[in-house]
Design a protein around this ligand. Structure first.
Ligand code: NAD
Length: 390
């Protein structure tokens, strides 16, 4: 432990079981039985079905004599009604285990359905921290993107359509009984989805690494994730069938999820959320846009960690003073974004400059995420970061 680590207590949350590997999806029937499931609700979205990712899972369930019903009503950045509807299907179909298959949107819906199956009511009743009284029904999560890490986190994210904002249900009961991380399920992701979701994982790793709540556990996981993503995201983006790059990205996303599940997030997420809710951009893309600008703002708050990020991304720090080395991390991220053709300029997305105050007001609604951020922010700072990002 270094000096920073010695001065605090370290807490780490981890799900009971993580299965990672090519073709691990074929083990799903065995896992369902282990957790007492006999009739499974597969929670997914139409894009995942169209990519033919349910077929191999369904065939594993069939050969293990496990019944299943498919609920493919998940929408991106899922509105709460999608979760409430899924819980009704779970009930009316007499299911006993939830199997989430898809990106973070499907996995988060699966979490919500598992919670509602036992606790009843609507998912919006449980928003906030530790508001869920009882553990949900058994749940297995299978990511098909390499991004959110939702398969190993204690949180589910939903859209509150009435308030036009994102909200979270933060509870240990959002942890899956098992996460099956099969990189083969990610091979069909088109380059844009690969880029956006991969950057989401990078943001998780970086935000938790520089967070004031970082622990010895989250640091180890985040460092590994940053290095893996820097090396493998361009390859997975350029050549989706490269199984080594896909394996490394799936692993990195899960490691980053484990890291932020304990170490928390920061201002990148806070300032990205309004872009998502106002303009219906994907979560990964909005995070990617805000990342370099928030990093540049934040770096004086923890230059040593930012310099280490630069090193993990392959930069040579020799001859640079600490603050200059920290700036290299921002440049490394900008180069990575250029390589995978992701613009970090808000104006490139057709958003009028006159909307910036609205974005700042939305960012301020997420001020809880400023607390663990390595540099304090007020409304003026938020305004200048958006201006810089424009
Ligand atoms: P997503 O689940 O919304 O999926 C994006 C698109 O990609 C969808 O159209 C989907 O059909 C498609 N897709 C997914 N896998 C595919 C594949 N293998 N091949 C082809 N198409 C595929 O995207 P996401 O970025 O994974 O998840 C975003 C959601 O996750 C947001 O709501 C975000 O807030 C949430 N999130 C949750 C956590 C958590 O810990 N719970 C963490 C970060 C983000």
């Amino acid at each position: 432990m270094n000096e920073n680590h010695q001065s605090k207590t370290h807490v780490f949350f981890s799900p009971t079981k993580i299965i990672v590997g090519l073709n691990s999806a074929s083990q799903v029937a065995q896992e369902v039985k282990q957790f007492g499931g006999s009739r499974v609700l597969i929670v997914t979205d139409p894009g995942v079905v169209a990519a033919n990712l349910i077929a191999p899972i369904a065939s594993s369930l069939k050969s293990g004599n496990v019944d299943y019903v498919i609920y493919d009503g998940v929408e991106p950045e899922p509105p709460s009604r999608v979760i409430d509807r899924g819980a009704e299907v779970f009930q009316s179909e007499g299911c006993d285990l939830v199997l989430g298959v898809g990106g973070g949107s499907s996995l988060d819906c699966a979490k919500g359905i598992s919670i509602l199956a036992v606790n009843k009511g609507k998912i919006l009743d449980y928003c906030g921290v530790d508001q869920v009284p009882k553990n949900g029904t058994p749940m297995i999560l299978m990511p098909t993107t390499a991004g959110t890490g939702s398969e190993v986190t204690r949180v589910l994210v939903l859209t509150d359509e009435e308030q036009n904002t994102k909200n979270v249900v933060f509870t240990p009961y959002a942890l899956a009984n098992a996460a099956i991380v099969d990189p083969l399920l990610t091979v069909s992701m088109p380059p844009t989805v690969t880029a956006d979701t991969g950057m989401d994982a990078m943001v998780h790793a970086i935000e938790t690494y520089v967070s004031i709540n970082a622990t010895v556990f989250s640091d180890i996981l985040a460092e590994r994730a940053i290095a893996l993503i820097a090396e493998n995201l361009p390859i997975a983006w350029a050549k989706g069938s490269n199984s080594r790059a896909r394996c490394n990205m799936s692993l990195a996303a899960t490691l980053a999820g484990m890291a932020f599940g304990s170490g928390g997030l920061g201002a990148v997420h806070a300032l990205a959320y309004p872009l998502g809710t106002e303009y219906h951009m994907t979560h990964g893309r909005t995070n990617a846009i805000m990342l370099p600008h928030v990093m540049r703002y934040n770096s004086p708050g923890n230059p040593a960690k930012y310099a280490r990020i630069a090193e993990l991304m392959g930069r040579d720090l020799e001859g640079f003073a600490l603050l200059e080395a920290a700036e290299l991390a921002v440049e490394a991220i900008e180069d990575l974004l250029d390589t995978i053709r992701v613009s970090c300029r808000i104006k490139d997305y057709g958003i009028p400059e006159a909307d910036l105050p609205k974005l700042a007001a939305g960012g301020m609604k997420q001020a809880r995420l400023f607390v663990p951020n390595p540099r304090d922010l007020n409304e003026d700072d938020v305004n200048s970061i958006y201006k810089e990002a424009y």
